[in-house]
Design a protein around this ligand. Structure first.
Ligand code: ADP
Ligand code: MG
Length: 653
């Protein structure tokens, strides 16, 4: 039994106040067939919406099978809508993308039962649509659509059918058929309440109510209620929402299926909404790969320079006011190099002097760095000559005028000609070219290809006129403790040079390639971080794009949401549906983005020749990140959808 007591409903539209129901009391008994008639605007639909729990009264009480509606929560209301009441609308309110059968079983998605397609088919057969089960609903005529809607209202075996002008949009033949179906249902014991304009239809009911201006005017019994078949059946006690894990999983799968279907109907827009996240993820993947590749390349290059290399230099000249004084105590000499090699765990040593020179061959010339160095330079710097040979210790000690040229110098002086054996002049002194260095590229601080190497003693005594060494390269013995070696070198130098106590600390400086490496790795890591944060911003922008589209989608599908709620979806169901849709957008965008990023990485490394390294961690991270963005930015639109009032949503145009 449905019982309204002194119910009021007032609508406010800005200044306008409409009193749609002004104290209506009405009891509808089980098994009755009630027709409600009245002029347009008299409050019939408002009354039906209250009866159908699509809206709540502002005043008065409403009890459904003895349960006071005002005391029920959203979940319980949804459950009552789903199980006790079938609602039939004038506008049918079918979901156009779905088949007739899918529309019929839609309410079951929100119930404890699985979608029962067999039952759906038998209901469609019952309303005379047996062969139309797989038709999309927009391929059906009005009468057929209303029959689908009736089948839908029956799918959860309700005890009450509420029909608001179900034949209002139909021709008279369809009207007669629909009335026939409703009478059959009533004969089977289902309570039917129908709103109509037609006196003929009103005359077929068992009870006829006339409304005017929000009040019941007349209420007549035309036929007795047949002995109720199951009227005494006790009301099912409120069932707790289903909690089985399998059931939950089934619902999630079903939500996923519907989410995918919704996205598939609007492919271009779905793709566009993914675009932001797609580009973001692609950028993250590519940038991280490039950053990681650059870091590894730098590390590899430095490793070839040797982390076992020390560079010993004198500190600032120690006699104040007389910089570079001949007698400065900390100036290095060849003897220092020799003694380090003899006394300390050192594999190789190379004393160096630096200068610049005007290098000429015929009428061509080049202003290049001149490095006087030891015979083991090639070994220590992994630069065996690509042509010719390197000079020997003997050539160094007899101060031979031989030179090994960097690639750029060769290019300038000789072009394609073979330089080996030719005589060049450095600052007007003749040298024989005996070798060419491999191309090294500029390493930031100096161009290693624009250099001429000559024996250190030749450089000191025959070319640059220096009697001290500028710096000494020291290659530590295998497995030597570098820190210890640095200390030993310092102490050895201090023991050989008379340095005032106050200046012992800064008298000699020792550079360590490991320090340089650390500094470079640090800077390339900073670079990677920078790239990643730029990419993260684009991911964020992608997320905002998803949110936009989802908001549009919620607005666009307001009627659909209203319908889902009307057939028993809880706010949670609606929330999950939209969250899953935005999750799908995020994940799909992320997956495509990963593929795009991977391809871009391959292209960058093959076209530009850059070192790149895709890391599975970055891929996994961006995947989960995009899923998170899908959910995170989907929450607001989904909550908005979940909060919609069913009847307002259904009225939305
Ligand atoms: P009927 O179905 O008998 O034609 P309704 O119940 O739809 O009448 O409407 C009763 C009155 O309430 C009408 O004046 C209508 O304009 C008004 N009304 C109905 N729904 C709303 C609403 N959501 N907002 C504002 N006014 C409404
Ligand atoms: Mg109406």
């Amino acid at each position: 039994m449905l019982e309204l007591k002194n119910v009021y409903k007032t609508y406010r539209m800005g200044e306008n106040v409409v009193h749609a129901l002004k104290g209506v009391s009405l009891s509808i008994e089980d098994g009755d067939f009630v027709a409600i008639l009245g002029p347009s605007g008299s409050g019939k639909s408002t009354l039906m919406h209250l009866l159908g729990l699509l809206d709540l009264p502002q005043q008065g009480s409403y009890t459904v099978h003895g349960r006071e509606v005002a005391h029920l929560g959203e979940e319980e209301l949804a459950q009552l809508r789903r199980k006790e009441i079938g609602f039939i609308f004038q506008q049918f309110n079918l979901l156009p993308r779905m088949t007739a059968l899918e529309n019929v079983v839609l309410p079951q998605l929100y119930s404890e039962n699985k979608a029962d397609f067999e039952k759906g088919k038998s209901l469609l057969a019952k309303v005379g649509l047996g062969e139309r089960t797989e038709h999309k609903t927009n391929e059906l005529s009005g009468g057929q659509m209303q029959r689908v809607a009736i089948a839908r209202s029956l799918v959860n075996d309700p005890r009450v059918i509420l029909a608001d002008e179900p034949t209002g949009n139909l021709d008279s033949r369809s009207e007669a058929e629909i009335m026939g179906i409703l009478k059959d249902l009533n004969a089977q014991g289902i309570t039917v309440v129908i709103v109509t304009h037609e006196e003929e239809i009103g005359a077929q009911a068992k009870r006829r109510i006339r409304m005017r201006d929000g009040l019941i005017q007349t209420d007549e019994r035309l036929q007795p209620i047949a002995a109720p078949i199951s009227a005494s059946a006790p009301v099912a006690p409120p069932v707790a929402p289903p909690s089985g894990f399998v059931h939950m999983l089934e619902q999630v799968v079903e939500h996923f299926r519907q989410g995918l279907a919704a996205l598939a109907t609007n492919k271009v827009r779905s793709f566009l909404s993914m675009l932001g996240i797609l580009i973001g993820v692609g950028a993250v993947i590519t940038m991280l790969a490039i950053g990681e590749g650059a870091q590894r390349a730098v590390e590899a290059q430095l490793a070839s320079l040797g982390s076992d290399l020390l560079i010993l230099k004198p500190g600032p000249a120690l006699v104040a006011g007389v910089a570079q004084d001949k007698g400065a105590a900390n100036r290095l000499n060849l003897g220092d190099a020799t003694i380090i090699q003899e006394k300390l765990p050192v594999d190789d040593i190379s004393p160096n002097v630096e200068g610049r020179g005007q290098v000429t061959y015929g009428n061509r010339n080049s202003n290049s760095a001149v490095l006087g160095t030891g015979a083991s330079y090639a070994l220590m710097h992994a630069s065996d000559p690509v042509r010719g040979r390197y000079f020997t210790p003997e050539e160094d000690s007899v101060r031979s005028r031989v030179a090994v040229l960097g690639a750029k110098v060769v290019d300038r002086l000789f072009g394609d000609q073979n330089p080996i054996g030719e005589i060049i002049k450095i600052n007007k002194v003749g040298f024989q070219v005996i070798g060419v260095l491999p191309e090294k590229g500029s390493s930031g601080w100096k161009d290693q290809d624009d250099v001429v190497l000559i024996p250190v003693q030749t450089a000191m005594h025959r070319l640059l006129g220096k009697d001290s060494i500028d710096f000494i390269d020291i290659k530590a013995a295998k497995d030597a403790d570098m820190d210890l070696l640095q200390d030993l070198v310092k102490q050895l130098m201090l023991s050989r040079h008379k340095v005032p106590i106050a200046h012992r600390e800064e008298a000699f400086q020792i550079g360590n390639m490991a320090d340089v490496q650390a500094a470079l790795s640090e800077s390339s890591r900073t670079m990677s971080l920078l790239l990643a944060s730029i990419a993260t911003i684009s991911l964020l922008v992608g997320g905002i794009g998803i949110m936009n589209i989802m908001l549009v989608s919620v607005t666009e599908r307001t009627r659909e949401i209203g319908l889902r709620k009307a057939v028993g979806a809880t706010p949670k169901d609606v929330l999950y549906q939209f969250l899953i849709e935005s999750l799908v957008i995020g994940v799909a965008g992320g997956a495509i983005g990963i593929a795009v990023g991977w391809i871009a990485t391959e292209l960058v490394s093959s076209w530009l020749g850059w070192a790149t390294a895709n890391s599975p961690a970055a891929v996994a991270l961006s995947f989960f990140f995009s899923a998170g963005i899908g959910i995170g930015f989907g929450i607001y639109p989904a909550r908005k959808a979940a909060a919609l009032n069913p009847i307002e949503a259904l009225r939305y145009e």
